[in-house]
Design a protein around this ligand. Structure first.
Ligand code: PLP
Length: 433
């Protein structure tokens, strides 16, 4: 497969006579057929990413479960693909549970990790039969008033966090997530006394982590806490969940996460500690979101304007931070190519901006690209995670469509919203009628 410009080799991206193809489908044809902005997701890449994670861990430890973290991309077809693969699912809202059940996940394959959870949500979760991973003592007590689940898991703050941006570090001193060690014992004791029979323990330290060390440090801490609970409360664990956060390189200079090394180090440590602490053989769980869907997704966006100011060369496209918020929200870098000029050399430095009325509406800053003309098609790569799922109707722009490609075939998996979508659920008060 030919390399696409400066990109790393990727099994789904291909340069065919200067035109980007995604798993055998022309980006130009997709844009023509479905209009832009358009998210294009590759089924093959999603399946392969899932299998890579599952196989890399499960060949090193007998009992492994991968929980796809749905927040990265909750399109029903994507959930269905992962359900077919045998994945479990990490949900963080009743909406994600609802969608996962609709996509065919059985409740016993869903772990709910919420924060600041309402009572009616706890009731919904109890009735759904999913396993609940509690984030606070208050949540646990409120849950136990509603029902006594067979199984409960506790999200622990392992005191170390990591991530590509401070907003996505989800453990450590500044974090709102999880229960600190001194309260963890009380949480399990409370659950045991209420009649809970089976237990899990979980952490999630952050997102977009490209090195192995934060995972091993946090795993060590989590297992120490699990041991303390085991000794002081006298319970064992059905599963120990190390969370997600497996990173994907976005910038050309970033190194790929060494998944083999990660699995090797983590499973070795895990095996050693569960044996040392007499914890039996609990299932080892991981919860990747980004790693499964990020590089399976491309955002296609059409060039409306090329505007040259005394200081900048702007390319105005039809996707703004309403469609992909990561650059504006985290200062994230996404690789960008001109999908219809892959065989042309970089000639100018362009800043790619969207149609949103804010100066922060920048998709890509100062990129060396072939000479761009109005009507050209820009492909924003690595857009499959936290892309559509974080999109909005800001500036009253209907959300875009999503397409799934597989081995030369394609299908619309989410319709483009229309202007009428903007009216949905709105009512005038009686005094304005
Ligand atoms: N698990 C939990 C509890 C999370 O909150 C998240 C993301 O925030 C994930 C897993 C997945 O993270 P990532 O997409 O970085 O793998």
């Amino acid at each position: 497969m030919q390399r696409v410009g400066m990109l790393r080799p990727n099994e789904i991206l291909e340069d065919r006579e200067g035109v980007l193809h995604i798993d055998g489908v022309s980006a130009l044809e997709l844009a023509e057929r479905f209009d832009t902005p358009l998210y294009v997701m590759s089924e093959r890449r999603i399946r392969n990413n899932y299998r890579r994670v599952y196989e890399t861990f499960s060949k090193r430890y007998r009992k492994v479960k991968v929980y796809y973290s749905a927040k990265a991309n909750t399109n029903l077809s994507i959930l269905k693909i992962l359900e077919e693969e045998g994945s479990c699912l990490d949900a963080v809202s009743p909406g994600e549970v609802f969608l996962a059940l609709k996509a065919g996940f059985k409740p016993e394959r869903i772990l709910y990790t919420g924060t600041s959870v309402r009572d009616d949500e706890l009731r919904f979760l109890s009735e759904s039969g999913v396993t609940i991973n509690v984030d606070s003592l208050s949540q646990l007590r409120r849950l136990l008033k509603i029902s006594t689940p067979e199984t409960i898991s506790v999200r622990v703050n392992p005191e170390v966090g990591a991530g590509h941006h401070e907003h996505v570090v989800t453990a450590g001193r500044e974090s709102k997530f999880g229960i600190w060690e001194e309260k963890v014992v009380e949480a399990y004791r409370t659950a045991l006394e209420a009649g809970v029979k089976h237990f899990g323990i979980q952490m999630h330290i952050g997102s977009g982590i490209l090195s192995v060390e934060p995972f091993t440090v946090a795993t060590e801490n989590l297992l120490k806490i699990a041991n303390r609970v085991h000794e002081e409360v006298g319970i064992g664990f059905e599963f120990i969940d190390l969370g997600g956060g497996l990173g994907v390189p976005y910038k050309p200079e970033e190194e790929e996460l060494n998944l083999d090394l990660l699995a090797e180090k983590v499973t070795a440590l895990y095996r050693e500690r569960v044996e040392q602490y007499g914890l039996g053989e609990p299932t080892l769980c991981v919860e990747p979101g980004r790693y499964i869907v990020c590089d399976a997704g491309v955002l296609l966006t059409r060039v409306n304007t090329v505007k040259v100011t005394p200081f900048k060369r702007f390319v105005g496209v039809d996707a703004g931070f309403n469609t992909l918020i990561r650059p504006a929200m985290y200062g994230s870098y996404h690789p960008v190519v001109v999908a219809n000029r892959l065989n042309e050399p970089g000639e100018e430095t362009y800043t790619i901006v969207g149609p949103i009325c804010e100066s922060g509406d920048i998709l890509a800053k100062d990129r060396m690209l072939p000479r761009i003309q109005e009507g050209d098609l820009i492909a924003v790569l690595n857009a499959g995670a936290y892309g559509y799922s974080m999109s909005s109707q800001y500036n009253s722009r209907p959300r875009c469509a999503e397409v799934l490609v597989m081995d030369g075939e394609y299908a619309l998996i989410r319709e483009r919203e229309t202007l009428h979508s903007l009216l949905e659920g709105q009512h005038y008060p009686p005094w304005l009628k």
